[in-house]
Design a protein. Structure first.
Ligand SMILES: *[C@@H]1O[C@H](CO)[C@@H](O)[C@H](O)[C@H]1NC(C)=O
Ligand SMILES: *[C@@H]1O[C@H](CO)[C@@H](O)[C@H](O)[C@H]1NC(C)=O
Ligand SMILES: *[C@@H]1O[C@H](CO)[C@@H](O)[C@H](O)[C@H]1NC(C)=O
Ligand SMILES: *[C@@H]1O[C@H](CO)[C@@H](O)[C@H](O)[C@H]1NC(C)=O
Length: 802
């Protein structure tokens, strides 16, 4: 009992596993075989059936009943209902009294008699009475007969019945079911045309990974019934040649009469010409004229005039495979010619796409052509590119932001004409707004309006056009600084978590934080947050020394300031603090080591990576753990205080410049190797400093706070009542020679050529930063993508083409 002769788990339909895997590779992802595993119990039951027994899958209470040639089959749901597995003799076998399984072999009969015996007695009778049966026998050739089951014959429409009444041997409907030569199903590809006996017409056979096989989208319920002069396949509907009178689908759209709007859109599209010339079979979802009439007139107008939107819509309506609805047995997302997939599903009422039903009842309104299938729809499935920003925020489930938009009365802005960029805070971002703010936004239309306008910029800003620190003007003329990070983008201190969702009237980026107008200056910010004035006053002091003073030009810049708290400065000890403040050369170097020529928010750092961030003077190492940043050995106390000059992170230690050595013991200094981030400019300083020794420090590692010192800085005197720095223009002038060439630009989002000059600097710097990050991210994403992919291909037609 220990060793079962069979593997513990077997995939659905053993004989098809290899084909399924090959198919999986060909379509670029593995089908989810795991979902189709045959349980141990089913394997046991199958084995008890004895030789030559095959599975019949049926769903009680429905017409779903297919005879398989398989012994092992997984339990599954078919359109939301449990399918039941029964066993019967495989094709050609019968039970012998007293023996286990099916050990009797049935005699071969001709195709017509075989059809009659396999459940298509009425169609067989028609073939006999018309004389076509005799004609086939007389020809002495092999045939393939697709015979509608008796049940299918019960469901004929009156016009189909009329076409068969008094049929003779040359009856087109009957001849349409006959194909020359013996065509066993295993020889068919995923999609194949078989010329029928009806002159000039052919039958399309398809195989799907849901194990359903179809001919002209009629499901083959019983296949490969061998006959003396060929083979019979039983189908669940009549193959009506009247349904396939068009040579190609685009002609069908033009000539049908119900698709005038679609036909107008298609006439101006390259897509269909290209499809025709590639001779590729496809599926077209065709919204009828009523469907388009349900759209607002202005939007339809825009669709006609906006080439990209029109093309996006048409691509969204084309599935690059012939898809038969009968093969859809559960939820599945089919790829389209556009970037998005279409979600199909089915239930007892039939198949739907994106929640839209195909026709009334279970039968879809379908047209067949030599190049594929067309299904009529009463609604238009819209790709993102044809939805408005308001619809996109709903699709992305940004409910709270949507609520603020309503409170602001700005639905018409996001739902109307124009072209905007919307940076919409995610649901999580809105949930972490300061306490009470959401209620205020709900209640105060003016506040809500400002909030929304701050998140909207004119024109489409796509991430592919963003350069680091580029500025976007909001609708209320606030400026947003856009950031380029490795593998991600930022806006102010927020990160873009879903980028470039293009809609009809603009592009949506979902961001991780709600934005604030950063209108305060750096000094206003520092003054407002008490306990950070030593840094300010140190800067002020430098201003008096023109050779060393710091300068930030422009009313809005994009720097990062790591500002040590007053306590951190005091912890240096009286002597060192005095020295620091007295020596403007040292002070300038120290302050420059706290300034980064780039605006980097906390969120741009991922956990468990070490980022090399060049400061104005040297290099800093930034890490993030449990959401907290560390800069070298300093911990960030409060982060992401955005202001006109950039962003401030408060730290608990002074970051002494890398070449500032303290020695408790008098040791000869050996020149350290130059760290990789030291640039040409700083390298000079580095070499200068190597010779020097600072012997005056006694206490740099101790947490030294002089209790008597209080809030008085040794060299600067008591805090001034009002900060003396100049207003607006930023902090003093001249942050040293090298700092003159700051990279900040205040150009608006505009022509590309403005942006190019700056790009190289940015790339160089960013290159050092985040390099670990890039690799691990890449791998993670890659894997995630593969997982995603594999779950999507469960219903993939056939075995070779796709
Ligand atoms: C910020 O300043 C700009 C002009 O510099 C102004 O248009 C905008 O209204 C200000 N925003 C806030 C919130 O004060
Ligand atoms: C400033 O520092 C003092 C003493 O360290 C502390 O008591 C006070 O809470 C701090 N204020 C702020 C706003 O952090
Ligand atoms: C000031 O600091 C610089 C750099 O550390 C040093 O080279 C210089 O000697 C110091 N000047 C005085 C007067 O201590
Ligand atoms: C930053 O990290 C690098 C590599 O780990 C190290 O060599 C360098 O000394 C660190 N720099 C600082 C300022 O801690």
């Amino acid at each position: 009992m220990a060793d079962s002769p069979l593997p513990r788990r077997r995939p659905l339909a053993l004989d098809a596993v290899a084909a399924l895997l090959v198919l999986g590779v060909l379509v670029g992802g593995l089908p989810s075989v795991a979902a189709n595993l045959v349980s141990d119990i089913n394997i046991k039951i199958a084995q008890e059936q004895g030789p030559n027994t095959c599975v019949i899958e049926e769903v009680p209470g429905t017409e779903h009943k297919i005879w398989t040639e398989c012994k092992y089959w997984a339990d599954r749901d078919v359109c939301g209902r449990k399918a039941v597995v029964r066993y019967d003799c495989c094709e050609g076998f019968s039970r012998v009294e007293g023996q286990h399984g099916c050990t009797g072999v049935l005699p071969l009969q001709d195709v017509v008699k075989t059809a009659g015996a396999a459940g298509a007695a009425r169609f067989a009778a028609l073939l006999e009475s018309s004389g076509l049966a005799d004609q086939l026998r007389a020809e002495g050739a092999a045939f393939t007969l697709f015979a509608p089951s008796d049940q299918a014959m019960d469901e004929l429409t009156s016009s189909q019945l009329a076409a068969l009444r008094g049929a003779r041997a040359d009856n087109p409907v009957l001849n349409h079911h006959v194909v020359a030569n013996k065509q066993l199903s295993r020889a068919w590809g995923a999609d194949q045309l078989l010329p029928s006996r009806l002159r000039g017409s052919s039958l399309r056979v398809n195989k799907y990974s849901s194990k359903i096989e179809t001919v002209n989208c009629a499901t083959i319920v019983r296949k490969d019934q061998e006959a003396s002069n060929g083979v019979v396949h039983i189908v669940d509907t009549l193959l009506d040649p009247e349904r396939s009178t068009y040579s190609d689908l685009s002609t069908a759209v033009v000539q049908d009469g119900r698709f005038r709007q679609l036909s107008r859109l298609m006439q101006r599209s390259e897509l269909f010409n290209a499809m025709r010339s590639h001779n590729q079979a496809y599926t077209l979802l065709a919204p009828n004229d009523e469907a388009f009439q349900k759209m607002p007139a202005a939007r339809l107008q825009r669709l006609e005039n906006d080439d990209q939107a029109r093309e996006a819509l048409l691509r969204h309506l084309v599935l690059p495979h012939p898809v038969c609805l009968g093969a859809v047995v559960g939820p599945h997302r089919f790829p389209t010619k556009g970037p998005e997939r279409l979600a199909f599903d089915c239930d007892a009422r039939g198949v739907s796409v994106e929640g839209m039903r195909f026709g009334a009842g279970a039968t879809a309104d379908m047209t067949l052509a030599a190049d594929g299938f067309l299904y009529m729809l009463d609604e238009v499935p819209l790709p993102n590119r044809v939805k408005t920003l308001l619809q996109l925020t709903q699709d992305e489930r940004l409910y709270s932001f949507g609520e603020v938009v309503r409170a602001a009365g700005l639905e018409s802005l996001l739902d109307g004409p124009g072209d905007y960029t919307l940076f919409a805070p995610s649901e999580a971002a809105m949930a972490s707004l300061p306490f009470g703010q959401m209620n205020r936004l709900r209640a105060d239309q003016g506040a809500a309006r400002s909030f929304v306008m701050l998140h909207v910029s004119r024109g489409r800003i796509l991430t592919e056009t963003i350069t680091d620190n580029q500025v976007a003007q909001t609708l209320e003329s606030d400026s947003l600084r856009l950031q380029v990070y490795r593998k991600s983008y930022g806006v102010e201190d927020a990160l873009v978590e879903r980028a470039d969702v293009q809609g009809l009237n603009g592009v949506l980026h979902v961001i991780t934080k709600a934005l604030r107008a950063a209108n305060a200056t750096l000094e206003e910010t520092l003054r407002q947050d008490a306990n950070y004035t030593t840094f300010l006053r140190a800067m002020d002091r430098l201003r008096e020394d023109s050779a060393n003073s710091l300068e930030f030009r422009g009313s809005r810049t994009a720097y990062t300031f790591l500002v040590p708290s007053d306590e951190a400065f005091q912890r240096l000890g009286v002597t060192r603090l005095k020295q620091l403040l007295a020596n403007t050369t040292l002070l300038a170097r120290t302050l420059k080591n706290h300034v980064v020529d780039d605006m980097v928010g906390t969120e741009s750092f991922r956990e468990n990576l070490q980022y090399a961030v060049p400061s104005r003077y040297g290099g800093l190492n930034v890490t993030r753990a449990d959401g907290r940043l560390k800069v070298n050995d300093a911990t960030v106390l409060t982060c992401d205080r955005t202001n006109r000059q950039g962003v401030v992170h408060y730290i608990n230690k002074v970051l002494m410049p890398p070449d500032h050595h303290h020695h408790h013991h008098h040791v000869t200094v050996v020149a350290p190797s130059v760290p990789p981030y030291v640039t040409q400019r700083t390298q000079v300083h580095w070499e200068e400093r190597v010779e020097e020794r600072d012997e005056s420090d006694q206490d740099d590692d101790e947490e030294y706070v002089d209790p008597d010192l209080g809030r008085v800085d040794p060299d600067l005197g008591p805090l001034p009542e009002v900060y003396r720095g100049r207003e607006r223009a930023g902090l003093g002038q001249g942050l040293g020679q090298g700092l003159q060439e700051h990279r900040y630009r205040e150009d608006r989002v505009g022509p590309r050529h403005y942006q190019h000059q700056q790009q190289h600097n940015v790339v160089d710097q960013r290159h050092q930063r985040n390099q670990y990050h890039q690799q691990s991210q890449h791998h993670q994403r890659h894997n995630a993508a593969r997982v995603q992919h594999s779950t999507h291909h469960y219903l993939q037609s056939g075995s070779n083409n796709y």
